[in-house]
Design a binder for this molecule. Structure first.
Ligand code: SF4
Length: 288
């Protein structure tokens, strides 16, 4: 069973090495002074250029670890802290965390309690809200992590020249493929496991996600650390632990992606209704 969020917070024996005293709460609109705890790097366009190979286990060995995790934690509601403690012991620096710098900053914050200077992968599509970039910078300074900013192979002007302007309005799957899926695929090649902020309540496609899965696309272990958390759980943990989150969350954007593909939602509306609204698309492709 999953430990309630408040219990998970108080029961952990591994608190962040440096509490992010300068972190922002949900009420903040911008991040304050940085503490300089973490670090940040920007990858070059060469696929995987900044990723030192960290895979030492075979695919069979990695699959066996998925089975081990499912036996230890079950396939529905794992205790997040126990799960991440296992992940830290098992993978160490051969694990990376994906983060969109929306509400999911809680995920690398949680992981950093178990793996110091863990790599955090941020996809800079070139279309982000300024608030998202500022959230990335504040988070990188507040927490003991290494934020890797991943760039697509094409800049926005280069994509416009090759495909025409506003590809996101005409072929969002192609745009997401170039700007999100490809860079992440390339970066993940260097690791044995990745941690996501995927939550079951977000979309029907995610409703059956397990805490630990075999990722057939990337041939690696996928750890959905907060798979059974609600949005309120995330907000509560962020506030309690002073984790900076994207200020747009409290301005009508409960789900935040690229600016051209994200609109405000009305009270009571599906939180993800503002993503690719009217385009019949619900996933960017990195979780399918
Ligand atoms: S979310 Fe929109 S702008 Fe961003 S990569 Fe996907 S289609 Fe392109």
């Amino acid at each position: 069973m999953t430990t309630p969020i408040s219990s998970a917070t108080t029961s952990t024996t591994t608190t962040p090495p440096a509490a992010p005293a300068a972190g922002t709460s949900l009420d903040a609109t911008t991040s304050p002074a940085a503490t300089g705890v973490g670090s940040a790097t920007v990858d070059t366009k060469a696929p995987g250029a900044a990723s030192a190979p960290r895979r030492t286990r075979s695919e069979a060995e990695l699959k066996a670890l998925v089975e081990e995790a499912n036996e230890l934690f079950g396939e529905r509601n794992a205790d997040t802290q126990e799960l991440l403690a296992w992940a830290g012991r098992t993978f160490g620096k051969s694990l990376a965390v994906a983060c969109s710098m929306a509400s999911d900053t809680v995920v690398p914050a949680l992981v950093s309690q178990h793996i110091k200077d863990v790599d955090v992968l941020f996809l800079d599509t070139g279309y982000h809200f300024q608030e998202t970039i500022e959230t990335r910078d504040a988070f990188a300074s507040d927490w003991p992590v290494n934020v890797r900013t991943l760039l697509p192979r094409l800049t926005v002007p280069e994509q416009d020249a090759e495909f025409g302007p506003k590809l996101h309005d005409r072929e969002p799957a192609t745009c997401c493929g170039i700007r999100k899926v490809e860079p992440l695929d390339n970066a993940l090649e260097g690791y044995e496991a990745w941690v996501t902020g995927l939550r079951r309540e977000e979309t029907p496609h995610r409703a059956n996600a397990a805490p630990v899965e075999w990722d057939e696309r990337h041939h690696m272990v996928k750890i959905n650390a907060i798979v059974d958390w609600t949005f309120d759980d995330v907000v509560s943990w962020a506030e309690t632990n002073l984790v900076v989150v994207n200020p747009l969350l409290t301005q009508g954007y409960p789900s935040i992606g690229c600016a051209p593909c994200t609109r405000k939602v009305a009270p009571g509306e599906d939180p993800r209704a503002g993503r690719w609204s009217g385009l019949g698309k619900t996933e960017c492709g990195i979780h399918v």
